[in-house]
Design a protein around this ligand. Structure first.
Ligand code: PMP
Length: 362
């Protein structure tokens, strides 16, 4: 009798749940923390004209050096410490792939972005969760203690953290980086919406790795570009695990052109930050809603009956994210900041939904 082929798949993979996102068609889409602003048409045309001129039958340049150099300029870090990839999530996988031995302890604040724990498990690592504080901020003493106790191999922060929006300050990071030689991965997918970035610490701490993406503030989730910044010695090792030529001719060109429009990026970030403050203030005024301060382009809020509120919003054409399955967040929902008119529709629909749930019996 031959063993069934599924037996060849590692148990860590078979027991994992994978990443799922249910698709709903709603006119107002505030569930994935994307930018609410598309790339302007004239910039899209510029990119398309450039893509048309390029030779599609050739492989791109090895390791896309021109994009690496443009990003190094844009982000203020050295090109030999920078890796571009097909989305920053791929870089989380790569860093774990090159660093995680079976059983290696990886300290991950909880709740945080689900892929950190999922991928750690894929590579046989052991997730050491450290709960956020009651205010949904990072428990730095708890994290330092877990790193020491477990001799952690890696610590992963999303800063700002998805789905709570808290950040780790550079002062706190420094204390941690000085205490440990574990790799400290800071996923800054949302950092443009905050006043914090760990970028300036990379030169000082060779165990610090910072991830960035084009998917949020840069308004280009569709092109799938992310990048990593670290000490060149670390970057060189991570680069070995990268698939060559993973960045296609379209994404490559789009990234180069988008980088030339940092004025537009900054202006849009300002608008989103202003809207975040407006939505936060409005949520605080609604009875039965408890919003948490956020440094990102989304807000976490708690209500008494999250499933009902989530569905009530969908009935009104508004899609947000139900995060009740995350640890500690059994009453929480997360809304991305959209354009002003979308945010207003969300706020009105939320008030209406809450009013309806008061009068309707369970
Ligand atoms: N990091 C965090 C914390 C995120 O929430 C997301 C989007 N859900 C990403 C990274 C996505 O990154 P990318 O699109 O670059 O793969």
């Amino acid at each position: 009798m031959i063993d069934p082929p599924l037996k060849r798949i590692r148990p860590e993979i078979r027991s994992a749940d994978g990443y799922h996102l249910t698709r709903y068609d709603c006119p107002v889409k505030l569930n994935q923390n994307e930018s609410p602003f598309d790339i302007p048409d004239d910039l899209k045309n510029e990119i398309l004209a450039d893509v048309r001129r390029r030779p599609w039958f050739r492989y791109p340049q090895p390791m896309e050096m021109d994009l690496v150099e443009a990003l190094a300029d844009f982000a203020g870090w050295r090109p030999d410490g920078l890796i571009v990839c097909n989305g920053s999530n791929t870089l989380v996988q790569l860093v774990l792939a090159v660093s995680t031995r079976p059983g290696a302890p990886v300290v991950i604040p909880s709740p945080s972005f689900s892929l950190y724990g999922l991928y750690t498990g894929f590579f046989g690592g052991r997730v050491v969760p450290v709960d956020l504080t009651e205010e949904y901020t990072f428990d730095l003493p708890g994290i330092r203690e877990a790193v020491r106790r477990e001799s952690a191999n890696m610590v992963i922060f999303g800063s700002p953290n998805n789905p709570t929006g808290c950040v780790v300050s550079n002062a706190d990071l420094k204390v941690l980086l000085e205490q440990t030689d574990a790799l400290v991965l800071v996923d800054e997918a949302y950092a443009e919406f905050s006043d914090e970035t760990a970028r300036d610490l990379i030169g000082e701490y060779p165990n610090l790795i910072v991830l960035k993406t084009f998917s949020k503030a840069l308004g280009a989730a569709g092109i799938r570009i992310g990048y990593l910044m670290a000490h060149p010695e670390i970057a060189r090792e991570v680069l070995k695990a990268k698939v060559p030529f993973d960045i296609n001719v379209f994404s490559h060109s789009a990234a180069l052109h988008i980088l030339q429009h940092d004025g537009l990026i900054r202006e849009r970030v300002r608008t989103i930050r202003d809207e975040r403050e407006r939505v936060f203030a409005a949520l605080r005024e609604i009875d039965g809603v408890r919003p948490w301060p956020s440094h990102a382009n989304f807000i976490l809020f708690e209500v008494d009956n999250p499933a009902r509120v989530f569905n009530g919003l969908i009935e009104r054409g508004i899609l947000i994210r139900n995060v009740t399955s995350y640890a500690l967040l059994e009453n929480a929902l997360r809304v991305s900041i959209g354009r002003a008119e979308e945010n207003t529709r969300f706020l009105n629909a939320l008030e209406e939904t809450l009013r309806d749930s008061c009068v309707q019996p369970e």
